[in-house]
Design a binder for this molecule. Structure first.
Ligand code: ZN
Length: 294
């Protein structure tokens, strides 16, 4: 069974240089690919380096609304350079009216600049949205979007908006955090997601699962809990149980959905010399061999 993490932040400093270990634990439970999202300029070189070191990493570059205050006058040029080096995905970008103290001014401008880039390059784009669903829908409806589609990561919007968003090309990803009993509304919304638009994610190191479902406990140096990306296997199991379908059936469906959005699976003939390019369209064969063992 191949598992696909549609959204995480493997580059996060809280993982304190243990990324190689985390990746091998992920491969051990069948994770075939993970979309690693850079959220600001400082992240992007780290994301690119991870993709070069680990074939299962699909790099994604974007400016997250929480970090807009850090952007340099050069940010668009830097973003374009990363996408030239690894033209695979844009994100995490988005709109946030929830975070206390975060200015909304400027968010739409930066969001639209990146959406335009995604449309021009036809790259899948990963979106963060908190308390701005109506506005997000308007902006997506009224501006060019990538034909490849877009991911609403940790979708927490109203279930009634799912059909309208799906018509624009949305995919909806389910985080392990929604397995918490108090997240019933968010969980229930996933019953309304079209079968071909469903993805799963860890959002590691954030959005931990309920304590009794954590398969890979992890904490930072200060003892603060972190979500280990290999917990993806428990996200699959939890969602399969909630939807009342066998986990293998869910996994097969999600595998197809992942490839439809982020690019087709490995081409077995790709020579090792191309591995460093880390493009999603041609993941290296090494990964396939690993997966077939698990
Ligand atoms: Zn994220």
């Amino acid at each position: 069974m191949n598992l696909f993490d549609a959204h995480n932040h493997l580059q996060d400093d809280r993982f304190a240089g243990c990324q190689a270990e985390l990746v091998s634990a992920c491969a051990g439970v069948g994770v075939a690919r993970m979309v690693v999202n850079g959220a600001c300029e400082a992240d992007w070189p780290d994301v690119l380096a991870l993709a070069r070191a680990h074939p299962l990493v699909l790099p994604s570059f974007g400016y997250h609304p929480w970090y807009l205050g850090e952007r340099t006058p050069d940010w668009e040029k830097q973003l374009a350079a990363c996408l030239d080096a690894a033209p695979s995905a844009i994100g995490e970008i988005g709109l946030d009216r929830w975070k206390p103290g975060l200015p909304y001014a400027g968010q739409e401008e930066v969001f639209l600049a990146q959406l335009r880039l995604a449309a021009e390059r036809n790259l899948p784009v990963s979106l963060h949205c908190l308390q701005a669903w109506g506005r997000l829908h308007e902006l997506l409806r009224d501006h060019p979007r990538p034909a490849a589609g877009f991911l609403l990561h940790s979708f927490g919007g109203p279930a009634e908006m799912i059909p309208a968003l799906a018509r624009l090309g949305a995919r909806f990803s389910f985080p392990g955090y929604y397995l918490h009993p108090r997240k019933a509304r968010q969980r229930e919304a996933f019953r309304h997601v079209p079968p071909d638009r469903l993805l799963l994610e860890t959002d590691a190191p954030d959005q931990p699962l309920p304590a009794d479902q954590i398969r890979f406990p992890l904490a930072d140096a200060q003892g603060q809990p972190l979500n280990h990306p290999a917990n993806l296997v428990a996200v699959y199991e939890g969602l399969a149980e909630f939807l009342g379908e066998p986990v293998a059936t869910l996994a097969a469906r999600v595998e197809e959905n992942f490839h439809t959005l982020f690019g087709p699976p490995a081409v077995a003939a790709t020579p090792p010399s191309q591995r460093v390019k880390a493009t999603p369209r041609r993941p290296p064969p090494q990964l396939k061999t690993k997966n077939s063992k698990t």
